[in-house]
Design a protein around this ligand. Structure first.
Ligand code: NAG
Ligand code: NAG
Ligand code: NAG
Ligand code: NAG
Ligand code: NAG
Length: 448
């Protein structure tokens, strides 16, 4: 009886209310490099995704978001972008992308692109122009003279103590421009300066390019990192305080990131982007174009991403609490707590979402234990709102054991053979297991 009431309570409101497509969507993240290799080079590609897209339909998915497929030197597997309007050749061509979109439309699956606003590749035309101080591009990135080194007159010291997520100083000297530039991730990934309206304009131009092709929206990567605090009137950037969490001064965790994350301008940018997407729909018609945002921030900050009461923000600010707060020892009451945490904090007019896995975290089966995989997948589907899962979780793939020699994730490669396992994301990025043929049906290549 109780179960029947629960089912009715979840089901009845959905048939009487007018939900927009995304409010009840099942989102499936595809990691293109590891999904399906169609041409035998050992690397997943767009034609492979097209070939296997009916799998998503079979398991009830209604939308897919693709990890980056843009042109990239691949220092961070596509999260370092050298051209936001081109496809990385090893993944295919623009024609392949259009064929994928067409197939997705036939199947009724919406496609979402991953936008990486936090930085570009250092090979991006914008960065090259900024290095050379080409007019209009001087302030596309965050530049600083640094300070003289009292111990060594031919050296300069970085502007402050800020650290890169991938270890070491977040500032890198550029000999051509004779200044430091700021990079929260790899040195090859300079951060864009979003206080420059020309940068916002350039990014909106990128959004328009992909929306015109017919995609349903964007998943925006690493939102909290988009802004850092401004330098004071003397051009000085403040140091961040030590966290006390580790003795390793190169570890990102050595500092508390009060000046480089969750700055108030971040939500502003989310609101501006939402207004831009709504305006696009007003002008061009069609279904709602949506925005999903990635942030691991505290709940009060995440709620601001939804909107501030008068202005709307992200349709789906990812809810990572199952990833952050649950593990193999969690009890029923812990899960109940995780669910209430979101539902009690979310203003009623918004739509809940639940993320079970992604390319940055251990797999569901490795986090909660293999015997809980089905339960976790089912819970994701019955909770109210949208669900978000990662390719392979539906078949219960587990983390692979990847040796130091085979490790390619930059976060791990920048560490050492003793500690890399704390940093590596490779174990959750192994090829999708399609069947029991060679390479589990992922590829005909000898090495994947
Ligand atoms: C002084 O700084 C320069 C430039 O960073 C470096 O190449 C050189 O090795 C440094 N000299 C000493 C003695 O540390
Ligand atoms: C919401 O944000 C907008 C745009 O930033 C701002 O103009 C407005 O005052 C904010 N409203 C509230 C209630 O904070
Ligand atoms: C596992 O999750 C529970 C809550 O769900 C938490 O109390 C506990 O500290 C977590 N354990 C680890 C090792 O993270
Ligand atoms: C890793 O690579 C090094 C250098 O190529 C080699 O000497 C070593 O035997 C390899 N280790 C393993 C465990 O394969
Ligand atoms: C959280 C996060 O890391 N966000 C993205 C910003 O850029 C880095 C480096 O490219 C990516 O790894 C991230 O996914």
């Amino acid at each position: 009886m109780k179960f029947l009431i629960l089912v009715l309570a979840l089901w009845v409101p959905t048939i009487f209310s007018q939900n927009d497509w995304w409010q009840t969507a099942q989102f499936y993240q595809i990691y293109p490099r590891s999904f399906k290799d169609s041409n035998g080079d050992g690397i997943g590609d767009l034609n492979g995704i097209r070939e296997k897209l009916s799998h998503l339909k079979d398991i009830g998915m209604t939308a897919a978001w693709l990890s980056p497929i843009y042109k990239s030197p691949m220092k961070d597997f596509g999260y370092d972008i050298s051209d936001f309007k081109a496809i990385q050749p090893e993944y295919g061509t623009m024609a392949d992308f259009e064929a994928l979109l067409k197939r997705a439309k036939e199947l009724g699956i919406k496609l979402i692109m991953d936008l990486v606003p936090n930085h570009t590749s250092d090979l991006h035309e914008w960065f090259q122009k900024s290095v050379n101080r080409v007019k209009g591009y001087e302030d596309f990135y965050i530049w600083h003279d640094g300070y003289p080194d009292p111990k060594n007159s031919s050296n300069r010291l970085p502007p402050n103590n800020w650290l890169s997520v991938f270890r070491g100083s977040a500032w890198k000297w550029n000999t051509k421009r004779q200044q430091f530039y700021f990079h929260q991730f790899l040195a090859e990934q300079p951060d864009l300066n979003y206080r420059n309206p020309l940068v916002i304009g350039a990014m909106q131009d990128v959004l328009t390019f992909w929306l015109d092709k017919g995609i349903a929206g964007f998943r925006i990567d690493s939102v909290p990192h988009v802004f850092e605090v401004q330098a004071d009137s003397k051009g000085k950037y403040p140091d961040e305080p030590k966290s006390g969490n580790t003795d390793d001064p190169d570890n990102f965790d050595y500092l508390t990131h009060i000046y480089t994350q969750d700055q108030p301008e971040t939500t502003e940018l989310v609101y501006i982007t939402r207004a831009f997407l709504d305006e696009y729909q007003r002008k061009n018609g069609g279904d709602t174009r949506i925005m999903l945002t990635e942030t691991y921030s505290p709940i009060n900050i995440i709620m601001q991403y939804y909107g501030n009461g008068t202005i709307n923000g992200a349709h789906i600010p990812f809810n990572f609490n199952f990833i952050k707060r649950a593990n193999a020892t969690s009890k029923a009451q812990d899960y109940a707590g995780i669910i209430s945490l979101w539902m009690d904090n979310m203003p009623k007019q918004y739509t809940a979402n639940w993320v079970i896995g992604n390319h940055d975290n251990r797999r569901v089966g490795s986090r909660y234990g293999p015997e809980r995989i089905d339960a976790m997948n089912m819970m994701l589907m019955v909770l109210p709102g949208a669900s978000v899962t990662y390719n392979g979780e539906e078949i219960g793939m587990l983390d692979a054991d990847i040796s130091w020699n085979d490790t390619v994730d930059p976060g791990a490669c920048n560490s050492n053979p003793q500690i890399y396992q704390q940093f590596t994301r490779d174990p959750a990025r192994t090829p999708f297991q399609w069947d029991d043929s060679k390479n589990a049906g992922f590829s005909t290549a000898n090495k994947t």
